[in-house]
Design a binder for this molecule. Structure first.
Ligand SMILES: *[C@@H]1O[C@H](CO)[C@@H](O)[C@H](O)[C@H]1NC(C)=O
Ligand SMILES: *[C@@H]1O[C@H](CO)[C@@H](O)[C@H](O)[C@H]1NC(C)=O
Length: 156
């Protein structure tokens, strides 16, 4: 049983790794800014994921919704130090009937904030955690130091 779960997780990681790299080319994100990208897999429909994220963003004073569409939610996040980060949540239905592939990106607006102490990671993580989506069925999170600055040392 344990071996089987392990095999599935490894397969997913390989599959997502390819998608992460392919997705990175389309995004056109400035590499001079502090940046974080996280991919989540969820066992619920994207419509439900969209509603949960929007509800959570509206509930947090430090976030401002910029635009809202079925497949893309854009927001600004401001910290207590006047730093601004732009945040995107992109939803793609998975081939699994009820699943959703969710990608979060957060980019600091100021070019010199290259070391963000995990701020961009926390911008994304706090929305997912606050919305309770991380407690949902089939939840998986994929990121690493290469895709997400400060994701190891940050404590959100
Ligand atoms: C979001 O931030 C950008 C600057 O990066 C600004 O131009 C835009 O007006 C902001 N939008 C909202 C709704 O605050
Ligand atoms: C969010 O998506 C828009 C439209 O695709 C793109 O122009 C922008 O650079 C993205 N921002 C982030 C933080 O990924």
């Amino acid at each position: 049983m344990a071996m089987r779960i392990f095999a599935v997780v490894v397969l997913c990681a390989v599959f997502l790794g390819v998608r992460i790299i392919a997705g990175g080319k389309e995004d056109n994100v400035p590499t001079t800014n502090a940046y974080c990208k996280i991919v989540w897999l969820l066992g619920i429909p994207c419509e439900q994921v969209n509603v949960a994220i929007v509800t959570q963003i509206k509930d947090m004073a430090s976030y401002k919704l910029v635009s809202l569409a079925p497949k893309l939610i854009q927001a600004n996040h401001t910290s207590g130090f006047g730093q601004l980060e732009r945040v995107n949540f992109t939803m793609i239905p998975t081939s699994m009937i009820l699943g959703c592939h969710l990608q979060g990106t957060s980019v600091s607006a100021i070019w010199f904030s290259l070391f963000d102490n995990g701020a961009n990671y926390c911008n994304l993580r706090n929305v997912i955690k606050g919305s309770g989506l991380d407690k949902g069925p089939g939840f998986l999170e994929f990121t690493n130091e290469w895709l997400c600055l400060g994701c190891r040392q940050s404590a959100c």
